[in-house]
Design a protein around this ligand. Structure first.
Ligand code: PRP
Length: 204
């Protein structure tokens, strides 16, 4: 069995359709239930549905052989895995954003983010003093409530920023979904995994 960790949610649905399109569908995935493991013994694959930010942890520790994770998360957590393929879906960017009309006084910035490492490294490269305020979601609330000056967060369609009266100041990094593999599992299953990569690449 090849264990494949997929992120739960919108991105996971798109990725599963891509795998399905290259003949790696698993009929039980279409059932409306709360199961987290789906397998096809015929195709020798097992899908594990995990939180997007946990995919790389499953793969790094070998609980999954391969998985799909955003480049944003790889940059933040730097897992020891192989990055095999850019799937070119789930495209988004990491950007600095602030309330419309906010004026930068050039002093120390309070930055709310789910990406403390990437944010710190970006602002250090700009020689900018910052204080990180680590949040786990709804980052856009922070500048509205005065918890931070700016946010450093994912922008996909831009709707969340727009609807909360914020806008992008600088786009820092572009991200998309990446196929990753556990390093030692890849040695054992390279033929199977390489074949999947080839099929996916043609489809992309
Ligand atoms: C992400 C991100 C933004 C939003 C951007 O949040 O943190 O809030 O999506 O998408 P948009 O540009 O298409 O509006 P997510 O949906 O993951 O929820 P969260 O606030 O719980 O992190």
């Amino acid at each position: 069995m090849l264990n494949i960790a997929l992120p739960k949610g919108r991105l996971g649905d798109k990725i599963y359709s891509l795998f399905s399109d290259v003949g790696l569908g698993c009929p039980s995935m279409n059932e409306d239930n709360r199961k987290l493991i789906f397998e096809s013994s015929e195709k020798e694959i097992r899908y594990l549905l995990v939180k997007p930010s946990d995919v790389a942890i499953y793969v790094e520790h070998g609980a999954a052989d391969i998985g799909v994770v955003g480049r944003d998360i790889l940059l933040e957590t730097k897992p020891d895995v192989y990055e095999l393929l850019d799937l070119k879906i789930g495209k988004c960017s990491l950007a600095v954003a602030a309330k419309n009309g906010w004026i930068d006084d050039g002093g120390s910035l309070r930055v709310a983010t789910k990406y403390p490492n990437v944010a710190q490294s970006y602002f250090s490269s700009q020689n900018r003093q910052i204080e990180i305020i680590k949040l786990n979601g709804s980052i856009e609330l922070a500048p509205i409530l005065g918890l931070s000056d700016v946010i450093f967060d994912i922008v996909e369609t831009g709707t969340t920023l727009r609807e909360n009266d914020l806008s992008v100041i600088t786009t820092v990094i572009h991200s998309s979904a990446r196929l990753i593999a556990n390093k030692s599992r890849y040695q054992f299953k390279s033929a199977f995994i390489d074949n999947i990569c080839r099929e996916l690449e043609q489809r992309i």
